[in-house]
Design a protein. Sequence first.
Lengths: 141, 141
Amino acid sequence: MRTIDFALDPRLQADTHHVASLPLCEVLLMNDARFPWLILVPRRAGLTEILDLPSEAQRDLWQEINRAAEVLRATVACDKLNIGALGNIVRQLHIHVVARREGDDAWPAPVWGYGRAEPYADDSLSSQVALLRQQFGVTQE
Amino acid sequence: MRTIDFALDPRLQADTHHVASLPLCEVLLMNDARFPWLILVPRRAGLTEILDLPSEAQRDLWQEINRAAEVLRATVACDKLNIGALGNIVRQLHIHVVARREGDDAWPAPVWGYGRAEPYADDSLSSQVALLRQQFGVTQE
């Protein structure tokens, strides 16, 4: 069920590729080949904090965060998951789920604000998205 | 109920002051006067990921994260909450709940790994902890 007036923040839209629509959230892949990095955006307009969600929707959110984390662990090398809700720049509520590898470009620093994104090559982006969709059980988009 | 073999990571212990014991987590105040910054540590030994917690304990964790966020919002100025589970350096599962203010020392960057902590003055630490304990409903420690 989509809330009518929800619209993805244009900066999130520009920086990501759509992976899947879960019951509450859109799942996006950050277009940064340095880090396997998903972003979950609840389809509710005007949200900035997790606390602003009704408690039932919060439960859905945590389940979907878990699901995204499991999908990442099943899809890519991952020494540590980094999960974060920041929103200091883009205020639309969004949750980062990032698979970190020891020795990755930013390790052990956080990925947020670290250097410049390195976009995926087209074929690499397609195959990564296909793999993720398969893990999320998305049959077609 | 404390799990017998849980022990707080010595680095977390060194960097924080104890605020409260919730049903699942110890709540700690980061000794860094630049940012109002709580850390929640589930009293379970050997955990590194939220996913490793049984689902019932995960529900408790999310509730306690919410509670910590509400306490911060009620206690200090807060333009944006930053919530994060990283653990790239200290692997013991711990969740950061930070009250950010526009224009604070690191704004809009994340606080993790940003510059050097500035310890509270003793009286300021005591009054901050007292205020937080009152909000958590802790009557004595």
